[in-house]
Design a protein around this ligand. Sequence first.
Ligand SMILES: [Fe+2]
Length: 227
Amino acid sequence: MSATPSPLQPSRPGPADETTPDLHELPDRVVPAFIAHWVVKTARSAEMIDWYGHVFGARVVHEDRQIAFLTWDHESHRLALVKLPRPLRHVFPLARIRRKTYGIDHLAFTFPSLEALLLTYERLKGVGIEPVWSINHGPTTSLYYDDPEGIRLEFQVENFPTAQETADYFTSREFADNPIGVNTDPGYLLERLRAGIEEGKLLRRGAGTRPGTKQRANKRAITWKTL
Ligand SMILES: [Fe+2]
């Protein structure tokens, strides 16, 4: 009998004494492949289409009075907007507070390099779209944006070359002492990148603190705005 795990066999429990999973092992069962799209009920469909057009280069592949489908890559649609009557946008003023306290907090998108992340930061700033939070978490360097409905998106680059190294980082003293991270100044990171500092150095925590400014780290990085 073969010892090779089959996706059609029931899953086996892993070793109980390991704190870091071996991420080289593939799942031993059939699982969903990837995130395809998300759907938002919105009373601000025009603002949402405009915003996702700027941020993702989203194109509308179908729109009628009830719904709009948008995509920006190989997927048939990445985002669908179910249109609600515009006056409803005044009916749920607490919707943004809900995100801060309960349910899904954010969706995260990975960039291939710090340069790509920071050039996007610069491009969006040029059209008035700025991050609500910029932080080096340790595992990732992240910029958070709120869309017109207050849905939070995280744009990130991985600080470690492999998921295994990130998994190992979670057992480190550095992570235990500061699990939140250190706020960054993305403009300063971009200046340093353009000055020729290599990306690996700029992905270290603290590298994005502009000299002469106060560093905010760990729980002090969390404010009502960044929450
Ligand atoms: Fe995240």
